[in-house]
Design a protein around this ligand. Structure first.
Ligand code: SF4
Length: 379
């Protein structure tokens, strides 16, 4: 049994414009000590799905599905029981750390408060542990920074403080939501190093939510790509990174800047994600997909094993095994007549002329998606 099993999670919001299905039948699992990435554009549903695990939806409603953590269905627990689990067994480090910290309390006191909320400890013990946590997340001179207020911290330090609060009670699962958003690249690198250290301990599972496939590829063992509330591709990170099977994943990869890939302009995926009130028919990605054929507008492709074409998601989490490389595209059900013709080009960052190595070279961490027949769309 996996530590976390999410099965057919479906979440709706009720707006003046109609019912919005923000998460639509998402299933996945996370083993103890594993780091799994949820990636997709803003509005894809990844943060909503993460908040729902802890009963933190403000307006939305879980209308179907189960979330089993350590064998218990979190969606059936009382608010009091869920409060005990929150922070203690599952913790979330929210995006926008500046807003998540209370400006009226010192950073140290906010960490100590998180400890005291779950454990009976003396003020001195809570203070000592808070200082140790500040040190663990890389805050310099933690004892003197304990009494600083959030406005005295930089954005990167605030993000670290939020992670320190999340770590206060040694959770079994840490959810980190967009940890690098809005940070400059140097601070991003420091934070990614911190996450790497945390996952290297091997004791805590991490669910990393990000719009940046590059960040996820760097940190995670497996990745789930979410588009318009559904998982459109999932599998081991190297499979997705070096051999993406869904055009959306290929588009996300192509939008990552790479040293040495020789492109004058970064790629972007044309169009926008559909509003969830007015959804397209068939494949949700078809209005933006350069490979769409008539069948794509008619039928919603199911998630299938990309090697065999057999369905992998029938409401059960990862029935064929969590490491199956699966994608929801008619290409892999045999219904796409013309096929996908992009190819992945792995670019050697030390190669001045931008000519790449073979796509099957997993030792190179610099990749770009090349799409000769659709230049300007996915490139
Ligand atoms: S099913 Fe069709 S529209 Fe959807 S991703 Fe595949 S080719 Fe594109």
């Amino acid at each position: 049994m996996a530590l976390l099993e999410v099965e057919n999670l479906t979440i709706q919001f009720y707006t003046d414009d109609g019912v919005v299905r923000a998460v639509d039948g998402v299933s996945y699992e996370i083993e103890a000590g594993e780091t799994v990435g949820l990636v997709g554009e803003s509005g894809a549903g990844k943060s909503v799905a993460s908040r729902a695990l802890l009963g933190l939806l403000e307006d939305g409603e879980v209308v179907a599905g189960e979330v089993r953590f350590d064998g218990r269905n979190l969606l059936e627990l009382s608010s009091a029981r869920l409060r005990e689990i929150r922070g203690n067994e599952i913790a979330i480090a929210f995006q926008d750390a500046d807003a998540a910290l209370n400006p009226a309390y010192t950073v140290g006191e906010q960490i100590a408060e998180a400890i005291r909320a779950h454990e009976t400890v003396t003020d001195t013990a809570a203070r000592e542990r808070s200082i140790a946590l500040l040190e663990r997340v890389g805050i310099p001179e933690p004892a003197s920074r304990y009494t600083d207020y959030p406005h005295q911290f930089s954005s990167g330090m605030c993000q670290r403080a939020i992670i320190a609060i999340a770590l206060a009670c040694d959770p079994d699962l840490l959810i980190v939501d967009e940890p690098t958003r809005g940070l400059d690249v140097t601070v991003q690198a420091q934070l990614l190093e911190l996450l790497e250290d945390l996952s290297a301990d091997g004791e805590m599972a991490i669910q990393l939510v990000s719009h940046d496939l590059g960040v996820v590829a760097d940190q995670c063992e497996r990745v789930l790509v979410i588009y318009a509330g559904k998982i459109v591709e999932r599998g081991p990170v190297e499979d997705l990174f070096y051999e993406p099977k869904h055009p959306y994943t290929a588009g996300l990869l192509a939008s990552i800047p790479r040293i040495g890939d020789g492109r004058d302009r970064l790629a972007s995926i044309p169009g926008r994600m559909p509003t969830r009130v007015q959804r397209p028919t068939g494949c949700q990605f078809h209005p933006r997909c350069p490979y769409a054929e008539a069948v794509c507008a008619r039928r919603d492709p199911e998630l299938v094993d990309t090697a065999t074409g057999t369905p992998v998601d029938d409401g059960e989490p990862d029935r064929e095994g969590p490491t199956t490389h699966a994608a929801a595209c008619h290409e892999h059900t045999g219904d796409l007549e013309e096929g996908l013709d992009y190819e992945v080009r792995i670019v050697d960052s030390t190669d001045d002329d931008g000519c790449g190595e073979s796509a099957s070279d997993p030792g190179d961490d610099s990749a770009a998606v090349d799409n000769p027949s659709h230049e300007g769309e996915l490139r």
